[in-house]
Design a protein around this ligand. Structure first.
Ligand code: GLA
Length: 739
């Protein structure tokens, strides 16, 4: 039993394998949050301090007791208008503009299994035991209810949360906020770890002391965005990779979101996470309800690595779906960086032929195969194969590629339309534009109104025709601009919050339809690279193109940040040409492959154009990937260096869960003549065991590898007879086997 209700002290404790999460029906029926951390078997509300705090007001029914205040209690789902002046989770406006609700506990129940959320992504269980706790809060003054659901999966050490706001009144109300969850801690010095960035520079690790202020991270872009990621960590001051307390919060949602983390006046720290409240103005008519997206929570007492392992397993096994989630993905080649939209069928076949020759397993045809799509000014929306450009039908192209022994996949961007397209000419009202104003334009394209079922269905049918024709094995689904001009032609209600939410639901519906119709399809998400890299998307596609930046050295940083919340098997990563088109940096082919193996692994260049020597390397790289993929994708992942601080070398390793083997990956970032000795400290090996370096036969003690480290490998340069330093951008993979 993972949910324990104690009727005497009215605590509800949720127990996972290593953690407890506790709430309690507190004074005057307020649902307070009393604990999240390692197991406890007590009522942790003894830590709540009740004092008359000046300017922290009291509920009227507290009468003469001035120590009870929603402003100072740790609240499970804090409410705007109740006298809590910190960031709140729910804010409701009545028809006359009044914002006043006061939610109190109304009852709870426990249901076997884990709840699901129709139309929204949610953690699911297959073999694991799970329970759902449902707590109902009711407004003191009206029939508005908040229904909190918690999914407890003890084996995974994960608790999920969500909230539903139910309008049982006779009035129309407006939700100004309806967060997915809140973590309210009574004590501790906490930092907010967040993953910020930009297009081609996603998910940099950022760590900020929360102190006594509110820190707001999030996206107002209608998508989860390149700029902040809906995965954050609350970490105690001294928490590092291998020690210290931290709480991960991963929102399963691909739209605008926010996390408000703030320290209050009395030592408490609160983090509220969910849909972006700034753009939220969601109307609820009598009888209607709003379902907040799901938030997955995990606590680690042993630092970031352990926390990452929890989220890696959760996402790989209990969020990703479909036949590909646990299978080795085909090594693919994508033509985008090789050709952009300047190709014809023969060019694609020549790239495919060479790739097949060198052992690549799937050809992916990127943007430019449809309509009048020869640059990014036209064609989006017209999902009709440009047979003139290809010189054949899509089915014929696919057949020729399959005849080479490869699978075949295509790129789509179903949410978008160019003004210069037949679709726009026929249905201008399907593009979101506010009448009487110019639309905000981005990459010359407009956003289709995915809040409309007819639009989603139409685009789906067009694309399905092409997928049927070529029997696609793979689809890369892109989305290349933020939302703006939220307006729908089919309703009088132009609530930006509602349209943005329904847009995201429309995208999910599109993807669900795709998976239903093509259950064996390998699906890769994309949004100008990693602009929609979130746990919600991973419910539909088991991998997401991590970034448009394929420079191996930049990618190390991007993949490092991504690895905190997401398993590496979800990160689309390819070897591309040098000099890199964006950074103009040259890195060895081997280094590019080592970095791409910290992801799905594939190629994104014309392999006809590399040197003969490099052509010999490619099949070896593919063999290496196949040899190690189980370890790479199913092993426990360890970050060995802090790439935000260490500019000498980057290293990471994967260790088989039983400790029997490990793969250490090292890239030299910077060097100097006659350079000092450097060591890479390993992690996760079996303590006391001995390991052999498979390539050199060197024997190491696991304890020494984990305390001193492995010496930075040296290299024998061509034409020399002595060992040299590892040079700038040299990369190494060291396979260790337990003896
Ligand atoms: C986005 C993607 C790229 C490529 C282009 C095509 O930028 O991230 O990988 O597919 O679109 O237009």
């Amino acid at each position: 039993m993972s949910v324990i209700y104690n009727p005497t002290d009215q605590t509800i404790t949720l127990n996972t394998k290593n953690t407890s999460y506790q709430m309690k029906v507190g004074p005057l029926g307020y649902l307070v949050h009393t604990y999240y951390g390692p197991h406890i078997d007590t009522d942790a509300s003894y830590c709540m301090v009740f004092r008359d705090r000046g300017f922290s007001p009291n509920p009227y029914d507290a009468k003469l007791d001035r120590t009870i205040s929603p402003d100072t209690m740790p609240m499970e789902y804090p409410c705007d208008g109740s006298g809590d002046y910190r960031a709140t989770a729910v804010s409701i406006k009545r028809p006359n503009g009044v914002v006043k609700c006061d939610f109190r506990y109304d009852g709870h129940s426990v249901v076997p299994g884990k709840y699901s959320l129709p139309g929204l992504p949610a953690v699911y269980v297959e073999n694991e035991e799970a329970e759902t706790l449902v707590v109902t809060l009711k407004d003191k003054y009206s029939d508005i209810e908040v229904i909190l659901q918690y999914g407890i999966i003890p084996e995974l050490d994960v608790i999920t949360r969500t909230a539903k706001i139910q309008n049982n009144t006779e009035e129309n109300i407006i939700l100004n906020n309806a967060a997915s969850g809140c973590i309210d801690m009574m004590s501790g010095e906490w930092d907010l770890v967040h993953f910020y960035g930009r297009h081609a520079g996603e998910r940099a690790f950022g760590r900020t002391e929360i102190g006594q202020r509110e820190i707001l991270v999030g996206s107002r872009r209608g998508t989860s965005s390149h700029h902040e990621n809906p995965f954050v960590i609350l970490a105690e001051r001294d928490t590092a990779e291998m020690h210290g307390a931290c709480i991960g919060m991963s929102l399963l949602y691909s739209g605008a979101f926010s996390c408000n983390a703030g320290g209050d006046a009395f030592g408490g720290v609160r983090a509220v996470m969910g849909i972006q409240p700034e753009h939220f103005d969601y109307p609820l008519a009598p009888g209607e309800s709003f379902q907040a997206p799901e938030l997955a929570l995990a606590y680690s007492a042993d630092g970031f690595t352990k926390l990452s392992h929890i989220f890696h397993k959760l996402i790989a096994n209990n969020i990703c779906r479909g036949p590909w989630k646990n299978k080795r993905r085909p090594v693919l080649i994508n033509n985008w960086e090789a050709t952009q939209m300047n190709f014809d069928g023969e060019k694609i076949l020549s790239i495919a032929r060479k790739a097949a020759d060198l052992g690549v397993e799937m050809m992916v045809l990127d943007d430019g195969w449809f309509g009048a799509r020869n640059d990014d000014y036209a064609g989006l929306g017209d999902w009709v194969v440009n047979t003139e450009k290809l010189g054949c039908t899509m089915g014929e192209l696919a057949d020729q590629i399959r005849a080479m022994g490869m699978k075949f996949g295509i790129w789509i961007e179903p949410e978008m339309v160019n003004e210069d397209s037949d679709l726009f000419r026929e249905h201008p009202e399907w593009a979101m534009r506010v009448p009487g104003t110019d639309p905000v334009i981005a990459r010359n394209q407009l956003v289709l109104d995915y809040s409309r079922k007819d639009v989603v269905d139409y685009v789906f049918d067009q694309i399905a025709k092409v997928l049927d024709e070529c029997k696609a094995d793979y689809v890369k689904m892109d989305m290349n601009r933020p939302l703006s001009d939220m307006y729908t032609a089919v309703s009088d209600c132009q609530s930006r919050g509602k349209l943005q939410y329904e847009y995201v639901l429309g995208v999910y519906r599109f993807m669900e339809k795709l998976l239903e119709r093509y259950p064996d399809l390998l699906f890769e998400g994309c949004s100008g690279g990693g602009g929609r890299f979130d746990a919600g998307m991973l419910y539909y596609s088991p991998q997401i193109w991590c970034s448009d930046n394929t420079d191996a050295i930049d990618r190390i940083r991007i993949q490092y940040g991504t690895s905190f919340g997401y398993p590496i098997r979800t990160m689309g990563a390819h070897v591309s040409a040098v000099p890199n088109y964006d950074t103009w940096r040259k890195t060895p082919l081997h280094t590019r492959a080592v970095v791409a193996m910290e992801g799905t692994f594939g190629y994104e260049l014309d392999l006809n154009l590399i040197s003969d020597e490099e052509k010999k390397e490619v099949p070896e790289q593919i063999e290496t990937f196949k040899k190690y993929w189980n370890l790479l994708h199913n092993g426990l992942y360890y970050r060995l260096t802090d790439v935000m601080k260490n500019h000498q070398e980057a290293a990471w390793m994967m260790v088989a869960e039983d400790g029997s083997e490990a793969l250490v990956n090292i890239v030299k970032l910077n060097t100097t003549g006659n350079c000092p000795n450097r060591y890479i400290r390993c992690a996760g090996l079996t303590p006391g065991a001995t390991y052999i370096n498979e390539a050199t036969g060197d024997i190491y003690s696991a304890n020494a590898l984990m305390t001193i480290g492995i010496p930075m490998p040296r290299v024998m340069r061509p034409g020399t007879f002595w060992w040299s330093n590892a040079g700038e951008y040299d990369a190494f993979q060291i396979h260790l086997c337990r003896v």
